[in-house]
Design a protein around this ligand. Sequence first.
Ligand SMILES: Nc1nc2c(c(=O)[nH]1)N[C@H]1C(S)=C(S)[C@@H](COP(=O)(O)O)O[C@H]1N2
Ligand SMILES: [Mo]
Length: 364
Amino acid sequence: MTVENFSTKSRLADTGEGITGDELQLAARNHGIPLEALRYDVTPPGLHYVLVHYDIPAANAATWQLEISGCVEQPLSFGLTALRAMGRETVRVTLECAGNGRAALNPRPISQPWLAEAVGTAEWTGVPLPDLLRAAGVREDAIDVVFTGADHGFERGVEQDYQRGLTVREALDSGAIVAWEMNGHPLPPQHGYPLRLVVPGWYGMASVKWLRSIEVIDHEFTGYQNAVAYRFRQEPHEPGVAVTRIEPRALLIPPGHPDFMSRHRFVAAGPVVLSGRAWSGWAPIERVEVSVDAGVSWSDAKLDAPSNDLSWRLFTYDWDARPGEHVLTVRAYDESGHVQPIEAPWNRGGFANNSAQRITVLVT
Ligand SMILES: Nc1nc2c(c(=O)[nH]1)N[C@H]1C(S)=C(S)[C@@H](COP(=O)(O)O)O[C@H]1N2
Ligand SMILES: [Mo]
């Protein structure tokens, strides 16, 4: 037995193949937001989605060090206390996993089998990344910035620390923050205690948790999570296109009451205020449409005032629910012309599947 064949390869589910034991194991570790928790502007602790590729590493804030090295004038090393002295900002950010929606694809890529719930909004407090890079002094020859977490594992035969790269420009212009608090408290272990990167607008994989090193390099970063894992591909061996910013999506808070086992929903006839959240990593949300007849006809939802450009927007729609079965569906549009499709195109990694949500309800 070698590392290469002991570590699981990527594959697509066979026609009709149900969720596998491997997928169940991932789903039981990595949970989504219960959709009713979309009611909160800021997701309460424990309800924000979680995605961890390997294990949550042991960490001690008292001895944690963040190293800044590579193509910089002055390499720096910060303990948490020194880092806090560098500045403090709080940003409300909606994060979404790039694999959100994967389990609904056909054929289904075997990986974390998200339905549509891999999202959450938190208030992250920390120091803006550009302040740290400027303190170290980014040199002329700098190309990319590599962020390394303290977690370690294997993926398709490749042993690695969890690492992601950004270009210098993305690192300086994306509003990224090196955060030690989530919703006013130290980061919970699963969200990166004691320190993480948060890159607003980008799918979650860019926001490296358990951040221990920032290295500026003079060439393009070709680490596994940038060059191999998070790519839009049709065929396994093509280079593919990098997964970057969050595509627009709207999600309804499922109305009425669920059946325990099936989660089929029952709604009492009469006026119902449908509500939910919409977000995009490209630009602010400008329109949300609601259909209560399975997408035959669409109406504009009312949008709440946005809290900022980086977090989801609340929408509401007044529905006069008549007895019978109804399929509710919603779609989001952002200011840059990105439109949520009814059916998103398939890709091999199962990334960015923002196909419109459909909720079937029985009105009684
Ligand atoms: N070090 C490290 N950072 C990581 C990950 C990881 O496995 N290790 N997972 C990434 C992925 S794929 C996502 S979607 C987000 C999830 O962040 P959350 O668990 O705080 O919601 O963290 C990202 N940062
Ligand atoms: Mo993710």
